[in-house]
Structure formats: C-alpha cells, structure tokens
Design a protein around this ligand. Structure first.
Ligand code: PGA
Length: 250
C-alpha cells in the first residue's frame, strides 16, 4: 500500500505573527509543487494570519495542542471549535515537551485524540522513548504502550485517519538523529500495534512520521524507509530553505 508522505513543521514557541507571515510567504511558492502533504503547526497567535495566507495553497495548518473539553472555564486553553473556525486542519497531541513540562499524560492524550477526531481535526499523536528507556532496552514496550493508550476507544473507521509521530526524546532538538534503521524499526513496531488493534488494512493505511533532528541532510534517507511516512520537524522547520528541502525529500 502506498501512503502519501506528510511533512509537518512544528514551530514550537517561535515566531511572532509578523515573523510567521514572513516565513509562510517564503514557503508558499517554495513548496507549491510538493508531492507530500505539507503542514505547518504554528503558535496559536500566528494561526489567524497563517490560515489566511495559506488559503487556496497546498499548505495545511496545524495547532500544537488543544483542550479535550468543548468549552468552558479552562483558563488559557484553546478549544477544537476555536481552531476549526480559523481553518485549522491538524493538531499535534502529546508532544514529549507537553508530556515533560506540562503534565500531559497518556490519558489526556487519549481524550484529546478522541475529541479531535470527533471534531474532524486530524490528530498528529506523538510517542517516543527517553534516552534512559532506550538504554534499558524498553523502547518498543514503551512506545507500544503509548500507542495503545492513545488509540483507546478509537473506532476502526477513524483509526486510519490518525497520524502518529515517533519522536525519540533523546533526538529532539539535540542534533542527534536516530539512524534510519533505528527509526524505521520503531515505526514498524507502531504499525504492528495498529495492526493488532485494527487489522492489516488499517495498519497499512496509517501514516507514521519520524521526528527528532530531521534536517535537509538526513531527511531523504529517513523518508526512504519502509515504515516512515513523513517527518515532524522542529528546528529545521523555522528556515524556509531547510523545510523546503525536507518537503522535496518527501
Ligand atoms: P527537532 O524537533 O526537529 O527540533 O528535533 C522535532 C519535534 O520536537 O517535533
């Protein structure tokens, strides 16, 4: 089964609205003929500007987080409807930085994933092991557990529409990339879990990204692996030339 590659930038807490507009202005013509799906996950404050600028282009916009309740007294949170009203299509859920610094758990990741699907947003669900877990040899078990927890209660019809991002924590922002073989091995494990839960067709359809210091130089090799269907790119997504090169590699 051939899966369309999906290259997503995760800008994290970078770029004012003005800086975001400038970067998007450079990206629009640069990635216009991309074969891959192109997504930019920008800060909330840049969403209005970036969704307006990317209307009628091949760049889709994502948020970096979202709350799992419809609305109400949740100071500082952003709802799915708020994102949808701006034309946002994707939402990153359970990034390791949110798990590490902001108390995100497997349970909240599951609630958010379910809610995003209910609302028609495409969740990019993150998983990945710490350096300690890799050194202990429990990477596969850990990632399997994260994926099973995230997919809890998701129906078979919806499961294939989830994007999973495998991001080894030790490779994020460190310049240390997993080797293509290491990354592919864990992506295959993730596909295996999805196969156990939903069967071979769903496992063959679901798109699994690699993330963690992916850049213009290593993207091609990573994206050529059998079970890697795209990238979630932090640092290298902040420069138009670098992100464009990764998109082209996809
Ligand atoms: P990085 O971040 O590309 O800067 O390592 C990836 C991510 O955290 O999504």
């Amino acid at each position: 089964m051939s899966r369309k590659k999906i290259i997503a930038g995760n800008w994290k807490m970078n770029k004012t609205p003005q800086e975001a507009d400038a970067l998007i202005g450079a990206l629009i013509p640069a990635v216009a003929d991309a074969d891959a799906d192109v997504v930019v996950c920008v800060p909330y404050t840049a969403l209005a500007g970036v969704t307006a600028l990317t209307k009628n282009t091949n760049i889709a916009v994502g948020a970096q987080n979202m709350h799992f309740e419809e609305k109400g007294a949740f100071t500082g949170e952003i709802s799915a409807d708020m994102l949808l009203a701006l034309g946002v299509k994707y939402v990153i859920i359970g990034h390791s930085e949110r798990r590490q610094y902001f108390g995100e758990t497997d349970a909240s990741v599951n609630k958010k994933t379910l809610f995003a699907l209910d609302k028609g947003l495409i969740p990019i669900v993150c998983c990945g092991e710490s350096l300690e877990q890799r050194e202990l040899g429990v990477t596969n078990e850990h990632v399997r557990l994260q994926v099973k927890a995230a997919f809890q209660g998701i129906t078979a019809e919806r499961a294939a529409g989830v994007v999973v991002a495998y991001e080894p924590i030790w490779a994020i922002g460190t310049g240390k990339t997993a080797t293509a073989a290491q990354a592919n091995e864990v992506c295959a494990v993730i596909r295996g879990v999805i196969g156990e839960l939903y069967g071979a067709a769903t496992a063959g359809a679901v798109r699994i990204q690699y993330g963690g210091s992916m850049n213009a130089a290593n993207a091609e090799e990573l994206l050529a692996q059998s079970d890697i269907d795209g990238g979630l790119i932090g640092g290298a997504s902040l420069k138009a030339e670098d992100f464009t090169a990764i998109v082209k590699a996809g």
